[in-house]
Design a protein. Structure first.
Length: 202
């Protein structure tokens, strides 16, 4: 027996359709997807279409607010924010590309100093990710990114060359391994053929 859930259950009303209480998981129904209203409550596409067939707006039964269809989003605020952060991190990865080994090298092997500078570097990275993701003082954030890009260009080029060298080395290892396997297979075939010839001759 399914468990009944009251309309006061905030977790339920954020995850299920406010009208039919469906959870949007019925993959056999292409209209079962959930839409999110500005009030953060959800309604499925099927219930939305049913309401819009009678009126120009959709009414949330939890807070009694009315919304036009264009106000209902397929992604909630958390998903949109997450995707924005992923995009920002991808962008900044081209700027903040140094590795801990780069700091150790620059510190002439001084591990303690390298760790301090590495932590500061990572803290600046995370601060800029937050600023650009949240949209807080983006002008300042962009200036800091530009400054880091300018000061760290040599490090970026070195890191890029290192990754390129590592990629080439990996390809060499792959080809060498393939050649060894082919040689081994050829030797095994040769042995089997020799045994077959001996058996036929006997």
């Amino acid at each position: 027996m399914s468990k009944s859930v009251s309309h006061d259950d905030s977790e339920f009303r954020l995850l299920h359709c406010w009208s039919c209480q469906g959870d949007g998981s019925n993959y056999l129904d292409p209209e079962a997807k959930l839409l999110t209203a500005p009030c953060s409550h959800r309604v499925c596409q099927r219930c939305t279409n049913r309401q819009l067939s009678r009126t120009s707006q959709v009414t949330c039964i939890y807070c009694n607010r009315n919304y036009y269809k264009h106000e209902l989003k397929t992604k909630d605020a958390d998903t949109t924010q997450f995707e924005k952060e992923v995009s920002v991190r991808k962008e900044l990865s081209k700027v903040f590309s140094k590795r801990l080994s780069d700091f150790v090298e620059e510190a002439n092997g001084d591990a303690a100093r390298a760790m301090i500078e590495w932590d500061q570097y990572e803290e600046q990275h995370e601060k800029l990710v937050r600023m650009l993701s949240d949209g807080t003082d983006t002008a300042t954030a962009r200036k800091e990114v530009a400054a880091e890009l300018s000061s760290g260009r040599a490090g970026i080029q070195r890191a890029s060359k290192q990754r390129s060298d590592e990629s080439r080395a990996a390809q060499v290892r792959i080809h060498a391994d393939r050649d060894r396997r082919l040689q081994k297979m050829a030797a095994e075939v040769s042995v089997r053929e020799r045994r077959r010839e001996i058996m036929l001759a006997g």
